[in-house]
Design a protein around this ligand. Structure first.
Ligand SMILES: Nc1nc2c(ncn2[C@@H]2O[C@H](COP(=O)(O)OP(=O)(O)OP(=O)(O)O)[C@@H](O)[C@H]2O)c(=O)[nH]1
Ligand SMILES: [Zn+2]
Length: 216
């Protein structure tokens, strides 16, 4: 496994935000998928890393059923500020694929929560494996990271693959009426560190970006 290609790409988002990243591809990743790394220049010896699981509906079309689109936009903003890596992982639908995710949405419209819907379709709650992400980091010479996520499983799996996660930093809370139930299920079921508040809210920043219970 190794880096295959590295190309510089100027990025412009629909809201006018711009950044520049090196887009990096790989050979020999364990799951054979076309995962990407985006490198943002910075001076920190320990890079900030975001593992973003593909979500076509949220990332591309702006679906409000989840928080993926705003998390992606936030990650790029933070990474272009501090430097680091965005790993864009082809794990659509928590690893079950796009069509199955939409089947799961249909079941959620009948009352199941996001995890029960997966199980009703014969899938596990979360089928994501981060071995390839660890391989990508290793290929890039990155062994110690600060990880931007609310999902404890990402840090746990990376550590199993010898990636030292120095700090886990939460993303902002990107709640709206259409994704509230989904975010609540993540908190209740998988221990996602999302500070949900009661009542309507939109993209509420968490006060401390240095990690839960710690300050820089
Ligand atoms: N199966 C399924 N997948 C979903 C659903 N909603 C979003 N996803 C997928 O979930 C993945 C994102 O996972 P999340 O649980 O939102 O967040 P996370 O990656 O675990 O945690 P963060 O790092 O904090 O973002 C993407 O691949 C989405 O396509 C759903 O209802 N069912
Ligand atoms: Zn999503």
């Amino acid at each position: 496994m190794s880096v295959r290609t590295r190309v510089r790409v100027p990025l412009r988002f629909p809201d006018g935000f711009t950044a520049t990243a090196d887009v990096i591809t790989f050979t020999g990743l364990v799951d054979g998928k076309e995962h990407l790394a985006l490198f943002f220049e910075g001076s920190s010896p320990v890079p900030l890393v975001r593992l973003h699981s593909e979500c076509l509906t949220g990332d591309v079309f702006g679906s409000e059923r989840c928080d993926c689109g705003p998390q992606l936009r936030e990650s790029v903003a933070r990474l272009s500020e501090t430097g680091g890596y965005l790993l864009y992982l082809r794990q659509e639908g928590r690893g079950i694929g796009l069509y199955a995710k939409l089947d799961a949405y249909a079941l959620q419209d009948q009352g199941l929560d996001t995890y029960a819907a997966n199980r009703a379709l014969g899938h596990a709650d979360d089928e994501r494996d981060y071995t390839a992400a660890a391989q990508m980091l290793t290929d890039l010479g990155v062994t110690t990271i600060d990880l931007l996520t609310n999902n404890p499983d990402k840090a746990r799996q990376l550590r199993l693959h010898e990636i030292a996660v120095r700090r886990v930093l939460p993303t902002d809370v990107h709640a709206n009426p259409a994704n509230m139930r989904y975010l609540q299920a993540k908190v209740d079921h998988t221990g996602h560190t999302i500070r949900l508040q009661v009542g309507p809210q939109v993209s509420v920043p968490v006060p401390n970006r240095s990690g839960w219970g710690s300050r820089e």
